[in-house]
Ligand binder design. Sequence first.
Ligand SMILES: Nc1ncnc2c1ncn2[C@@H]1O[C@H](COP(=O)(O)OP(=O)(O)O)[C@@H](O)[C@H]1O
Ligand SMILES: [Mg+2]
Length: 158
Amino acid sequence: MSSYEYIAADLTETGKLAAGLASLFGPGTVLALDGDLGAGKTAFSQAVARSLGVSDVVNSPTFTIIKEYEGAELPFYHMDVYRLSADEADELGLDDYFYGEGVTLIEWASLVEELLPPERLSVYIEHGGGDSRRFRLTPAGEPYSQWCMQLKENGLLR
Ligand SMILES: Nc1ncnc2c1ncn2[C@@H]1O[C@H](COP(=O)(O)OP(=O)(O)O)[C@@H](O)[C@H]1O
Ligand SMILES: [Mg+2]
């Protein structure tokens, strides 16, 4: 499976990655985020929400598990499954989100890996010291593979 890299020097550059990706999003987009605490999963989620035209404040959904927002064209479903047991996750009916009308972003997605759809874009975020962050994007299936190739041609990913 090919993967792609993006280095953000600061939060603004994290926002540029989010914007580049969000321009391609459609109904049923699934983003699976992982990375240590403080890596920037929520910050990246906030940038995605902003790019989708969400005007509400997007907070970390650690305690609420799932929050739904209205974007300009697409709803945005923001999840944090860190505190969820496998059974609880099962009961949430995640497929209704994954195969729904909106864009779903899951923080700590690898914890519920078996519940994720086979087609998705996995994003692993690593702290690079200071404000720099390294994003590793691994697309599984379409349209995600196509998107990554396109963004590589555009020079956003490498
Ligand atoms: N380039 C960057 N990308 C993302 N977050 C950054 C960046 N530079 C600094 N930060 C800061 O790092 C912190 C990341 O925290 P958060 O997004 O809550 O992490 P996580 O959700 O992965 O635990 C935030 O305070 C954010 O402002
Ligand atoms: Mg978070």
